[in-house]
Design a binder for this molecule. Structure first.
Ligand SMILES: [Zn+2]
Ligand SMILES: [Zn+2]
Length: 288
């Protein structure tokens, strides 16, 4: 760790706005890398900011929801560093039918007026859902998504918000068996089963939250060369790396633009991939 980064964070207190055990992966990294000590708010209900199962709509976009959680946790405490995490799931932006998980971890430091966000986005997720007509189909689905180490949710239908028609956090075979019989008696034709994406029921998601936290630490450790504020990060990339053979511009990244959020100082990093020219195989003229 940079000594300057250490000076800014060492022995300071932070609060993590979570009730789904995300501190298990976030806290050790931040404690080790920044030297802060992390606590959890008491009686903190993050479900007020939105649930994956739609009982509560999420407040704004992913980052806004994370900001609201931090704001509330900081208000309830007497510390000046707040941390929260927020995930989203859906289809991959380019590859249809491939699931996609985007996680962010936000750090707000009121004392230094900082807001830094770590991200990860990949297809390492078991995000899935299915309409089932039999108990066997339900078991098949559950096994395919990694049950019982990963939890499932069973409902009478996808849009129900009725608590009597939905059971979340199922991680035990007997419990699943019970729930299926009970809900099939209310809805004999079909039921709806899905992966429980809440972090404590989903080790695969927990791993991505960990990766987003590592990204957050690397952004915090990147200090502005001019004013030494943490969070000197890439805000834009420029394409157009020249072809080695014909010199025409390709779609490959030629440089990254870094910017400090505090003093707005910018720096351009040329050839971030370590190559000054593009392979002709990736050139629109040489290899159309
Ligand atoms: Zn700066
Ligand atoms: Zn070329």
């Amino acid at each position: 760790m940079d000594t300057k980064v250490k000076e800014l964070f060492l022995n300071r207190q932070a609060i993590i706005a979570t009730m789904h055990k995300k501190e298990l992966v976030i806290a050790p990294i931040l404690e080790k890398e920044l030297g802060i000590s992390v606590t959890i708010p008491v009686n903190f209900n993050t479900d007020l900011f939105g649930t994956f199962t739609n009982e509560v709509e999420r407040a704004g976009d992913q980052l806004q929801a994370a900001q609201k959680k931090v704001e509330k946790a900081l208000k309830q405490s007497n510390v000046s560093i707040g941390i929260s995490s927020e995930g989203s799931f859906g289809p991959h932006p380019f590859v249809p039918y491939l699931p996609y998980n985007r996680e962010l971890v936000l750090l707000v430091d009121q004392e230094q007026e900082l807001e830094i966000v770590g991200y990860i986005a990949n297809s390492n997720t078991n995000y899935a859902q299915k309409v089932i007509k039999t108990v066997e189909e339900a078991y098949e689905f559950a096994i395919s998504i990694g049950f019982p180490t990963h939890g499932v949710i069973v409902k009478t239908n996808p849009s129900t918000r009725n608590v009597d028609e939905m059971v979340k956090g199922i991680t035990d075979v007997n419990h699943l068996h019970h729930v299926l019989h009970n809900l099939f008696s209310k809805s004999p034709d079909s039921l709806y089963i899905e992966t429980d994406m809440r972090a404590l029921y989903n080790p695969t998601r927990m791993k991505n939250i960990e990766l987003a936290t590592i990204d957050l630490v690397s952004k915090i450790s990147s200090l502005c060369p001019k004013c030494s504020t943490p969070g000197f990060e890439v805000i834009k990339s420029k394409k157009g790396l020249e072809c080695e053979y014909c010199g025409c511009q390709t779609e490959i990244v030629r440089s990254y633009i870094y910017e400090c959020k505090k003093c707005n100082y910018q720096e351009e990093e040329h050839y971030p991939n370590g190559k000054e020219y593009a392979d002709p195989a990736q050139c629109p003229l040489c290899n159309p």
